[in-house]
Design a protein around this ligand. Structure first.
Ligand SMILES: Cc1ncc(COP(=O)(O)O)c(C=O)c1O
Length: 411
């Protein structure tokens, strides 16, 4: 793509079989990329090609085919490390971001004791909250929460009262899946580190949307899923500093993750292998690098600008609907490409079902963030989220659909 040129979502759509060639009435208006992105042909083809040409188990056979499968798997680890500027020895391959965050939380139980503190935020997805609740219960540690300010941003003025000598871990998302809020991650990480805490970043909504460097986030451990970055399902990552990973306890034991096993004891392989018990999803690992190639061919800066433009457009168009309560910061620069809202006139589930009838796919519910919705004083919300293939007409279809639904439900 020519330097300076904008991302052309119409052209990008051509790579996505589920979206390609469908325009005008009857086309799918897919506004649920925060749940999972659609997959480009090159990812679908790579997964099929693995099974057709390279299928074998990894790290096991001494024959050529097993070598090819192992290379596909290890190649994915190296590709993810390069994508984030991280050390490949620090890339643990997991099932998804949830598994990665469970490993970060439950694996660090040995670092926590009664009276220690874990700092999270009130806008976390359950995947970056429930594992910490569990580890707090198990160890006697206490959970503390960074609140929001009135604009839907994290309230940094509360930080001095929350960070202290007992703060062992600060776990927060790089972007909220409901508010879209992008917190000043590097600054929070720096202050948490100064207090002596490890920093865990949930990058599930940031990876593939924002230019992301592991080092610049300030994270010790960072989790994300391939399926939200145009890659396959069943694949996620916990990216960490190798010396930090060394301090975590493996949660799953068995084959692949050991160094030596005796009848009554076992020792672990080096990191990251000690966290990868059993046969992994090698086909998904083989199919993820092409998704990262696509993102890098477009350029993450361009992806970011495209999402920001769509967010700005959606905020503007949705605010023309009287009474609609839009969640999160008003400034598109402070948010990723998603907009959640609450319509006091139509229940979110009725609205989502009606919109489906109009060919518009959006998400209704609490989006795995019940505590946040409780704080916002709403039971659920509707979320429209964007990707590299989203066009402004998709936002138009959403706004028109809501108007139509309001007329239908209010008679
Ligand atoms: C912010 C955030 N964290 C974690 C997750 C969990 O991702 P996965 O379901 O792929 O494990 C999600 C998924 O929606 C998310 O939005």
């Amino acid at each position: 793509m020519a330097a300076g040129a904008k991302l052309d979502p119409g052209k990008v759509r051509g790579e996505f079989p589920l979206l390609a060639g469908k325009r005008g009435k009857g086309r799918l208006v897919y506004l649920d990329s925060a749940a999972t992105t659609q997959k480009p042909e090159r990812v679908i083809a790579a997964e099929a090609r693995f099974y057709r040409e390279s299928n074998a188990n990894v790290h096991r056979g001494l024959y050529d085919l097993a070598g090819r499968a192992t290379e596909a798997y290890e190649g994915c680890r190296r590709r993810v490390a390069a994508f984030l500027g991280a050390d490949p020895r620090g890339v643990v391959i997991t099932r998804n971001a949830t598994a990665a965050l469970n490993l970060a939380a439950l694996g660090s139980a040995r670092l926590l004791g009664r009276g220690d503190e874990i700092l999270v935020t009130v806008m976390e997805h359950h995947a970056n909250l429930v594992p910490w609740i569990q580890v707090a219960k198990r160890t006697g540690a206490a959970l503390k929460h960074i609140p929001l300010d009135r604009m839907g941003r994290l309230d940094l003025e509360a930080l001095p009262g929350l960070l202290g000598p007992r703060t062992r871990i600060a776990a927060l998302s790089a972007a909220s899946n409901v508010l879209g809020t992008i917190p000043p991650l590097a600054e929070i990480a720096r202050r948490a580190r100064e207090a002596g805490a490890l920093v865990v970043v949930d990058a599930a909504q940031a990876a593939g949307r924002l230019p992301l460097s592991f080092e610049k986030t300030g994270a010790d451990l960072l989790a994300f899923s391939a399926h939200k970055c145009y890659g396959p399902m069943g694949l996620g990552f916990l990216v960490g500093k190798p010396e930090v990973l060394e301090r975590l306890e493996p949660l799953e034991t068995g084959g692949e993750m050991i160094e030596a096993v005796h009848m009554d004891r076992a020792s672990w392989a080096e990191v990251p292998r000690r966290f990868e018990a059993g046969t992994p999803n090698v086909a998904a690992a083989a199919a993820f690098p092409p998704a990262l190639d696509l993102l890098e061919e477009i350029g993450l800066d361009r992806v970011r600008r495209h999402e920001m433009e769509l967010t700005e457009y959606a905020l503007e168009r949705l605010s023309s609907l009287e009474g609609l309560e839009i969640l999160g910061p008003a400034n598109p620069e402070e948010r990723v490409g998603l907009v959640s809202f609450h319509d006091p006139l139509v229940h979110p589930h009725d609205l989502a079902t009606f919109l489906d009838g109009e060919g518009v796919a959006v998400r209704a519910g609490h989006h795995c963030a019940q505590p946040l919705h409780r704080i916002l004083g709403i039971p659920s919300s509707l979320r429209a989220s964007f990707g590299i293939y989203t066009v402004k007409e998709d936002v138009d279809a959403l706004v028109e659909g809501i108007g139509k639904a309001r007329r239908y439900f209010q008679g």
